[in-house]
Write a protein that binds this ligand. Sequence first.
Ligand code: SF4
Length: 465
Amino acid sequence: MYEQINPQEFMIRNDLKRFSEKWQADPDFREQVFTDSVQAASRHNLKVNLEEIRQLWDTEYASQQGDQAPISPTLEIYQKYLQQSCKEDFLANVSTNPQFQAWRARQIARNESLYKKAYHDRIVHASAAFELSKGCSVGCWFCGVSAPRLEDLFVYTSENAKLWRQVLELLKEFLGPAVGQGFCYWATDPLDNPDYEKFCSDFHEISGSFPQTTTALALKNPERTRSLLKLSREKGRYFDRFSVFSLKILNQIHEEFSAEELAFVTLVLQNFESDLVKANVGRVWEQNKKKAELSELSQEDDFSDQGTIASVTGFLFNMVDRTVKLISPCRASNRWPNGYIIFDEGSFSNIDDLRAILQRMIDEHMSPTVRANDLICFRGDLKYEKLPDGFQVSTKIMTRKFRHQNYLRELGETIRKGDKTAAEIVGVFNLLGVPSDKTFQALNLLLASGCLNEELKIKTLAYAH
Ligand code: SF4
């Protein structure tokens, strides 16, 4: 995609990218730009004329110019880059498994009711993630998935390589091309694993996609990082990410890697001075909870924009432990402090075990329609209200109304009590003259729109997580 950009445009775009990283991360730099943009650019080795992009950084100037003001060619290049980077982030392969597809669609519908649209649009709902280590060596205080300390690695022995390839083949068989959306980290840092690149190459060979990398360890071995970026690009992956935890690290990254080398690397600016809001999840949520307990504030009151960093609606593997979980994002809560629901989990010792576990998870959790013996009730976080001709359920973000049919009001009341299976509900409404298929249709609509409580199917988990 970018090979077609002319070199001059490419250089400007990379320079602007670097400018924007400094701008977001460093308040001193912002001040320098306001004081003397030419000097600020030259001090930081930026070749771009910052006056040509004044609309980007000077809000007062931008508002004086108005929305319709023409933008400079330089700013146009930058806007084009932003649009392209968003598109790449959201290339989503569709699963060929109709059960998985229906389940994923309703988890997405549930998530849409939890976050503001702009935030939810950033959640990719990838089909799978693979941890190639147990724990993470970085130990961030704000870790959104509460990664434990690094304990063990899944190294590329012939036995492990065989299992890895079998797992990928199996997942491809179950999900089709959606497996290519997967990535090889979670509560881990990819570069903790010395064989990460080998696993990624297998992933590419089997799924057709090279997995996206997000690492906080880009500086650990810069030559390795360079080779990985090169490999990633050669195999068709355009954007990878570095997590940046301090201004010092940002400056070191800028010193170590040229703007061109980072052309296809998004820097996730987590440093203290950055205006990036930390997701209220994992360790941050635990800390906020303690503060809330002290000040007697309610956790439930928190409706900050960010409530999860979990971006998988599908299978989460730990290849060291040989475990798999069926997960989907949610707001952090006492039950799910890491911002994702664990619908099911199992451990496997070989590929036949795994096949049986995945099939069971699909059969038990992913029926596209309600089943006769499913207990039917609304999600616990929904506020239920009667309407004259139906009912509505809502969160602070979204309201879904079910109305214009007389029986819907009664149906809402029945589901609210939550003490009947689908078959029992259908029986009750049959007596009231509502045909079975009509009641089932209504229940299926509620299921598909993510309003029914699917956590009821969660069994007591076999082991702690
Ligand atoms: S945020 Fe990432 S790098 Fe930091 S501890 Fe968690 S998993 Fe490791």
